[in-house]
Design a binder for this molecule. Structure first.
Ligand code: GDP
Ligand code: K
Ligand code: MG
Length: 266
């Protein structure tokens, strides 16, 4: 059975979409070992596709129970597809999670939700450009009004290939490449980049879980320290800023505010 997982920020419309996609075929339990709710269901008219609702999260850092549950699931279970629900009214904030979901190395499509509200707001998002820049399929929907859900379902049924990762500043990329080389044979190939980024951020959970030998640890630490000198910043904020820079570029290219449009005509 193929497993599709819904991931998104709180209030992005995950529950609304989950209910629309699964109808009454759903059951609720808990994630292993924690009292975070886990909902699963079967895709309407496609019983061979199981849909798993991840907890609502803003990030894949290890700071909240929800984030820990989500990242453990994405790395250990490796769903066949992530459907990332993005609230089009808050696209900038939502894309921060999108980039991190892409970093996990799982196939992903974006369902850009709340298009009914977006239309009313006068703000416009160029879905084609967004898809092109992220190299990920983007399907505009309204979960509440059940708009375009057939199209979303069709994309879910398509054979999903792996998608490219977001590419950050080339100085960061070269540091990540060096760390990735050290990780060869330690982690699955499609997760190398995720682990490289987490090591670069000095993520405690990941450092402990990998149990790298001291020589490798030292090599990685040197790579990080060099990058920190170049950027005059600590490594985790280097990555945070890289994601925000990337998002700023995307928003600049793909989002047209009503005010901008007015200005250009006056
Ligand atoms: P979750 O926290 O991600 O599970 O989000 P919910 O599904 O609970 O939705 C949050 C709020 O947004 C609810 O009031 C929904 O009715 C509303 N909502 C969800 N999708 C849409 C949509 O496409 N359009 C509009 N207008 N409201 C929506
Ligand atoms: K909610
Ligand atoms: Mg919900």
């Amino acid at each position: 059975m193929a497993v599709v997982t819904l991931a998104g920020n709180p209030n992005s419309g995950k529950t609304t979409l989950f209910n629309a996609l699964t109808g009454s075929s759903q059951y609720v339990g808990n994630w292993p070992g924690v009292t975070v709710e886990k909902k699963e269901g079967q895709l309407r008219n496609h019983r061979d596709i199981s849909i798993v609702d991840l907890p609502g999260i803003y990030s894949l850092s290890p700071y909240t129970l929800e984030e820990v549950v989500a990242r453990r699931y994405l790395l250990e279970q490796q769903p066949d597809l992530i459907v990332n629900i993005v609230d089009s009214m808050n696209i900038e904030r939502n894309l921060y999670l999108t980039l991190q979901l892409m970093e996990t190395g799982n196939p992903i499509i974006i369902s850009l939700n709340m298009l009914d509200l977006l239309k009313k707001s006068g703000k416009k998002i160029n879905l084609k450009k967004l898809s092109y820049m992220l190299q990920v399929p983007v399907i505009g929907i309204s979960a509440l009004k059940h708009e375009n859900l057939d199209k979303l379902t069709n994309h879910m049924l398509d054979n999903q290939e792996n998608y490219p990762y977001p590419q950050y500043d080339e100085r960061i990329e070269s540091a990540l490449t060096m760390i990735q080389a050290t990780l060869h044979t330690e982690v699955p190939e499609n997760e190398e980049r995720w682990y490289a980024i987490k090591l670069f951020e000095r993520d405690e959970d990941v450092m402990q879980a990998l149990e790298l030998n001291p020589a490798k640890q030292e090599e990685i630490e040197q790579t990080i320290t060099t990058a920190e000198k170049i950027f005059s910043d600590n490594s985790d904020s280097i990555i945070v800023n890289a994601r925000y820079d990337y998002i700023a570029k995307i928003v600049d290219m793909c989002v047209i505010n009503n005010d901008d449009a007015k200005m250009s005509f006056s």
